[in-house]
Design a protein around this ligand. Structure first.
Ligand SMILES: [Zn+2]
Length: 296
């Protein structure tokens, strides 16, 4: 277990080296404070305890490629989304959520590590103030500038999302890393809508969107048992982290950073660094659907 902590600290020190002027990383939301001490103020979401006492499967984690275990029994993940189940975009004061009609099995995932079919509830992103960090998960201590989470719930075993959130196999979240590169045409539809939800608590209609365009076609993924990364932090998530990132361009990331944590009339605070810090792996194994690479 101490080895795990060393790993998490290893990542931390790697990040801190890149920050030079920052003496410590007291929390995820202060990690960005290279130039801007205003970020030392915690987002209200994190004024409650940062950890779950006794938690043994918290997220996010660092995925150490060489420590992940290839599982030949892991199936390919089957994704089937109906674009007309898309409902709206909501700035909830921490990210923007694209929400779906989950009253029927029209947008679902099945297979992969999952024993049931799971329904799409919403997707959202986490991102940094600059491109050096922003993702919640890391791979071999590498941060990506942003990470997409597609949140699904087990409607076979539970009657509602709210009940599924409280159960060990209640949720399945697909994580996709965003890296800097070419403009992503699928994402652009979403980016074009963001000015309308700049402030906290604004909602706009956003019907007809197929988020499978945001998921890389490469079938490879890692999977592990974890938690929500925002309160209530319940240990209900089967994480499916895609190995291959998608490419987005600088303007698209900048559009995320024009959103606000704050409501109309409040002093404006930019929505950036909305990620939770790494959590210890504890007694968990990260499985991969693909054979480990040989060589460096
Ligand atoms: Zn998330």
């Amino acid at each position: 277990m101490s080895g795990v902590k060393v790993t998490a600290l290893g990542c931390l020190s790697k990040l801190l080296k890149s920050l030079r002027a920052v003496p410590a990383r007291p929390c995820s939301l202060a990690a960005c404070s290279r130039k801007n001490t205003r970020n030392a103020a915690l987002h209200p979401l994190w004024q409650s305890p940062l950890t779950i006492p006794g938690g043994t499967r918290q997220s996010p984690i660092n995925i150490q490629w060489r420590d992940s275990v290839y599982d030949p029994f892991l199936k390919p993940l089957k994704i089937s989304y109906d674009p007309t189940t898309c409902l709206h975009i909501w700035n909830n004061g921490y990210s923007f959520l694209v929400e779906f009609d989950d009253s029927t099995d029209r947008s679902t995932i099945v297979g992969g590590p999952l024993e049931n079919q799971y329904r799409l509830k919403q997707f959202h992103f986490h991102w940094g103030a600059i491109n050096d960090w922003g993702s919640e998960h890391t791979v071999d201590c590498k941060f990506y500038p942003a990470e997409l989470h597609l949140v699904h719930w087990n409607a076979v075993e539970y009657p509602s999302f709210e009940e599924a959130v409280m159960e060990g196999n209640g949720l399945a979240v697909i994580g996709v890393f965003l890296k800097l590169g070419a403009r992503h045409e699928g994402l652009q539809t979403l980016v074009d809508a963001l000015p309308a939800v700049r402030h906290k608590d604004t909602v706009i209609e956003f019907d007809v969107f197929d988020p499978s365009c945001l998921i890389p076609s490469c079938p490879d993924y890692w999977t592990y048992a974890g938690s929500l990364t925002t309160p209530p932090l319940t240990e209900s998530v089967t994480w499916i982290i895609k190995k291959k990132p998608i490419e987005v361009d600088e303007d698209q990331l900048e559009a995320f950073r024009t959103l606000l944590f704050t409501s109309h009339g409040e002093e404006e605070r930019r929505m950036v660094d909305n990620f939770r810090p790494l959590q210890p792996l504890m007694n968990r194994t990260v499985r991969s659907s693909f054979r480990p690479q040989l060589g460096p």
